[in-house]
Design a binder for this molecule. Structure first.
Ligand code: SF4
Length: 296
């Protein structure tokens, strides 16, 4: 045995170095529109969404542990898509979605869309948008008790609005086991929602919640275009007074612990601030690579 036996070492750090180089080389994944907001940002921090939409490069990169978890999630998406393509005649994976025809500069890719049995539709079938999520043991356990996260169902509903579909199908897969919570790696749960139904105890239909989120995203995009950095505002949390450090094990809101622009954000006040007051890299990159928006 040599010095590295039994400890995190050469292989893990090679993965970390590779992931960082890949992230720097590839940059952020382009949106379907090539500009604007990503539907996958549903429920996210307004400032974080604006940094992403403005094309500000990350200042933090995933380490080997989170990089491997992401890789596992991507492979899981592929096998779920292959399974659905095998059993549903018209299933399409990675369906591009734009919302410009509804007045929102928002786009994204639905994990899938396809026609399946439906008790509500007179034909006995309806089209559904599919969204898959890979969850750690704790959020998986929460979902088992109280259903999927609202922001993720709303994300799927936004895709559905863009595609003219009225039904969403959300599947959660466990990406870790928990003996205590009786969770087995890769077990799954799934839920169907209709856009016309009231969602949980919100008192609103899923369609209304999706439109509310689209209006919030559009307001963020308009601030970005006006060279304004939005306040640090996270739905369900409110204004963040001081972001927790990137990679911290504890601290609320959790969003900041995983936020790849955390240090740029932390240099600024909590409220809305002009881009001119941001760190140099933010000023130089703000909307620099974003094509000019063309009216639909
Ligand atoms: S550090 Fe926190 S408050 Fe700041 S942009 Fe990221 S998620 Fe938002």
């Amino acid at each position: 045995m040599d010095d590295s036996s039994g400890s995190t070492g050469f292989v893990a750090s090679a993965i970390g170095v590779y992931l960082r180089a890949k992230a720097e080389r590839d940059g952020p994944k382009p949106t379907v529109l090539g500009f604007g907001m990503r539907a996958s940002g549903s429920g996210g921090c307004a400032r974080q969404l604006a940094f992403a939409a403005a094309g500000v490069p990350d200042c933090h990169f995933p380490d080997e542990v989170s990089g491997l978890a992401m890789h596992q999630g991507n492979s899981g998406h592929e096998i779920a898509q292959q399974g659905l393509a095998h059993v549903l005649e018209d299933f399409e994976a990675e369906v591009p979605v734009t919302l410009t025809h509804l007045g929102f500069t928002v786009s994204g890719s639905a994990d899938g869309a396809g026609t399946m049995g439906c008790k509500r539709h007179p034909s006995g079938q309806s089209r559904a948008v599919f969204e898959f999520k890979y969850k750690g043991a704790f959020p998986y356990k929460l979902a088992r008790e109280s259903g999927p996260e609202q922001k993720e169902v709303v994300q799927a509903a936004i895709y559905a609005l863009g595609l003219g579909i009225r039904r969403v199908f959300v599947a959660y897969f466990a990406r870790e086991s928990s003996y205590m919570d009786k969770i087995t790696l890769c077990e799954s749960m799934e839920w169907t929602f209709y856009l016309d139904d009231l969602f949980g105890d919100t008192g609103q239909t899923l369609e209304q919640l999706a439109y509310d989120e689209l209006h919030r995203m559009q307001a963020v995009w308009e601030q970005a275009q006006g060279n304004l950095i939005p306040a640090r505002n996270i739905p369900g949390h409110g204004l963040v007074s001081a972001p927790v450090g990137y990679g911290a094990k504890r601290g609320k809101p959790w969003n900041c612990r995983y936020c790849r622009v955390r240090d740029y954000c932390a240099d600024l006040p909590s409220e809305q601030v002009p881009v001119a007051e941001a760190p140099l890299v933010v000023r130089e990159s703000w909307l620099a690579e974003v094509p000019v928006e063309v009216a639909p």
